[in-house]
Design a protein around this ligand. Structure first.
Ligand SMILES: Nc1ncnc2c1ncn2[C@@H]1O[C@H](COP(=O)(O)OP(=O)(O)OP(=O)(O)O)[C@@H](O)[C@H]1O
Ligand SMILES: [Mg+2]
Length: 445
């Protein structure tokens, strides 16, 4: 949006209209005001509006009706809802209806400015047209399959617009790699890329790690600490395993996303930050939010640009491309010639379901290189679990391979393969297998 942004303000209170208009004008926006929804619909019908700032309760039609109209007819237009009847529940249901942001009255000039600026980022995001044709993989990523091309175009969009990104995908699909690609695709990104594993930091420390602390904020806080948000200023903060974030830290993170300020633990001062947030999880965060296991308002703030990474089994030929890439790399690393791979081995790989995704594939390559004789990798060299296919998958693949095996053998082989793919991490293996740790332990025994 190089020209002035066109903003429509809808509020029945003349004084609120005036405050909004003055503030938005001073930011260089082109502002139209109306006192009711019916007049607003007329303005929307007459010309392009980039952003609607509307009250919720007004005589006649209420703000939600206007929101629904905008969502149905002007998909790209941003919507900020202003209301005196703010409750978290109200904010969340408004966001479910497609409100981009929510501003409780009374709001400060800074809060208004922050809300408008992140809302306009979203508008820009919606207007960015999908790049046509094939998209080159960003550096570090291998694969040309269609679902990955879609991921690449989302990476390009994400790096062009600094909105929060939420990366989801099974374990080992490349979430961290994608997060890095978003950051490093920006030509002159001034700040660093910092990764924080939210599950790895003890709950008592997470807030001070992320937001910093003042001297004496708690026992042991002998100095001030700036925290990841300040350290990543101007760059990207990767919040890995964001679903594991403790409730208090979730509340603070929400505030950073809403107001673009951080408040260190034990300090009454806030500090402005400009950090691109890229969060990742292998859990269904939307479901967790609906079930009350994760703040729903935070979920809405994080998943502005969702990127879902497909599992390896949905990437077709990419399995073979990745395999060849890792094989050549590992062979070079060990200074041996790259082994030849038989067609039977490649077929078995493509049929396999790869529960541990790319990481499992990397591990398989490592093992093959150690055990494959005579510079050839054949299907018999593959881990047993990859050679067996269930009757169902045989049907799907239209082939019959391997000797019949019992369910128990198949289960055992599968469990071992999954465990190997996650480096023996039982929690991860259990989650991939869809069983709890206790059942996994008894099956292993
Ligand atoms: N498309 C790809 N091209 C090349 N390497 C890849 C690709 N996807 C993943 N990898 C490699 O696979 C491994 C796993 O990737 P990564 O750590 O990004 O996965 P993840 O989704 O973050 O996993 P987890 O859920 O366990 O945290 C890494 O070594 C990464 O370099
Ligand atoms: Mg990861």
């Amino acid at each position: 949006m190089t020209q002035a942004t066109r903003v429509l303000v809808v509020d029945d209170s003349a004084s609120t209209r005036e405050v909004l208009e003055r503030n938005l004008r001073s930011e260089g926006h082109d502002v139209t005001t109306c006192s009711d929804v019916r007049t607003a619909l007329g303005v929307l019908a007459r010309g392009k509006i980039d952003l609607v700032v509307t009250d919720l309760r007004m005589p006649g039609a209420d703000g939600m009706e206007l929101v629904r109209h905008v969502r149905d007819n002007h998909r790209e237009t941003g919507v900020i809802m202003v209301t005196g009847f703010a409750t978290v529940g109200g904010a969340v249901s408004a966001m479910r209806e497609g409100v981009d942001d929510y501003l409780p009255k009374p709001f400060s000039d800074d809060e208004l400015r922050a809300a408008v600026s992140s809302c306009l980022d979203k508008v820009r995001l919606r207007r960015d047209i999908e790049p046509a044709g094939t998209v080159e993989p960003p550096r570090g990523l291998i694969g040309w399959s269609e679902p990955m091309q879609h991921v690449y175009s989302l990476i390009a969009r994400a790096s062009a617009v600094r909105v929060p990104v939420l990366i989801t995908g099974e374990s080992g699909t490349g979430k961290e790699l994608v997060a890095r690609a978003i950051h490093y695709q920006v030509p002159n990104e001034p700040g660093p890329f910092l990764a924080v594993n939210c599950a790895a930091i003890p709950e008592a420390l997470i807030e001070s790690e992320l937001f910093g602390h003042a001297k004496g904020a708690f026992t042991g806080a002998t100095g001030t600490r700036e925290g990841f948000f300040v350290a990543a200023d101007g760059g990207t903060l990767f919040l890995d395993e964001v679903a594991e974030l403790a409730p208090a830290a979730q509340a603070k993170l929400l505030r950073v996303l809403q107001e673009k300020v951080v408040q260190p633990v034990g300090s009454d001062k806030t500090r402005a930050t400009n950090v691109r947030i890229v969060a990742a999880t292998n859990r269904d965060l939307e479901l967790m939010a609906r079930d009350g296991d994760f703040r729903e308002d935070l979920f809405f703030r994080l998943h502005v640009l969702p990127i879902q990474i497909p599992p390896l089994r949905e990437r077709g030929e990419d399995v073979v491309r990745l395999f060849r890439h890792f094989l050549a790399q590992a062979a070079e690393h060990s200074s041996i010639p790259t082994p030849r791979v038989t067609d039977a081995a490649l077929r078995a790989m493509q049929r396999y379901s790869w529960p541990g995704n790319v990481r499992e594939l990397q591990n398989v390559v490592q093992r093959l290189l150690v055990f494959a004789d005579a510079g050839v990798i054949d299907s018999v060299d593959l881990p047993s679990v990859m050679r067996y296919t269930s009757p169902v998958s045989r049907q799907v693949a239209g082939v019959a391979v391997g000797d019949p095996v019992s369910l128990k053998e198949l289960e055992g082989a599968h469990i071992r393969a999954v465990l190997a793919s996650v480096d023996g991490n039982k929690t991860k293996a259990a989650s991939i297998l869809g069983i709890d740790r206790k059942s996994l332990r008894s099956k292993l025994a």
